[in-house]
Design a protein around this ligand. Structure first.
Ligand code: ITT
Length: 194
């Protein structure tokens, strides 16, 4: 049987995020074509990444000709920074960067951090928005390590692989444990059932 595949847009200006999702997409048999769209969305400063994602998708959904999703992610240093930079991750990366974060931490052994991702899907057949979230826990590395990935990857050590930072993992390894990979699996599950 040769079914015609529907298009689904991933609306993002961040090609590193797109590459990770594209790699995950390739591993699945699913009746969609994934297309990156760098549409102008409205990114508000909200208290949670889910609210940011919701606002972003709402700002473009009326123009969409097919189903589409946005993803908002953040890096949260729970100990000792009480979740900073969190929803300010993009701004903090552009201003003080990884070096600036490391300068704020004294005791790396006791540090705790996580990444979270929230995908907001505008599902055209039902004209509704659905959310899929994922989190990965770990700690902060006292040094920046690795050349893979992007953003805060060189300073995050996931609990699942405590000898390496995210930037020392291949995309496949990162995807298998990451916030984005977990949110993505929930999205795929939804698309298969609907
Ligand atoms: P969009 O166009 O999709 O909004 P963005 O770059 O603004 O892309 P986010 O708001 O989702 O992306 O993420 C905020 C920042 O958090 C991002 O610029 C990175 O610095 C960081 N970040 C997000 N996901 C990450 C990941 O998997 N690894 C490392 N850093 C990440």
């Amino acid at each position: 049987m040769n079914e015609v595949k529907e298009d689904i847009f991933f609306i993002t200006g961040n090609s590193s995020k797109y590459n990770e999702i594209q790699q995950l997409f390739k591993q699945e048999t699913i009746n969609y074509n994934l297309i990156q769209k760098d549409l102008k969305t409205i990114e508000i400063q909200a208290e949670s990444i889910k609210s940011v994602a919701e606002f972003k998708i709402n700002s473009v959904k009326d123009k969409l000709i097919c189903s589409a999703f946005v993803e908002d992610a953040g890096f949260f240093v729970d100990n000792p920074l009480n979740g900073f930079p969190g929803v300010y991750s993009s701004y903090v990366m552009k201003t003080i960067g990884n070096k600036g974060i490391l300068n704020l931490i004294e005791n790396f052994e006791d540090s705790r951090a996580h990444f979270s991702a929230a995908i907001a899907l505008y599902f055209k057949p039902l004209h509704k928005i659905f959310f899929f979230e994922g989190t990965v826990e770990g700690k902060v590395s006292n040094l920046q390590k690795g050349n893979h990935g992007f953003g805060f990857d060189p300073i995050f050590i996931p609990d699942e692989i405590p000898t390496k930072t995210f930037a020392e993992l291949t995309t496949t390894q990162k995807n298998s444990i990451s916030h984005r990979g977990k949110a993505w699996l929930k999205l795929i599950d939804f698309l298969r059932k609907n």
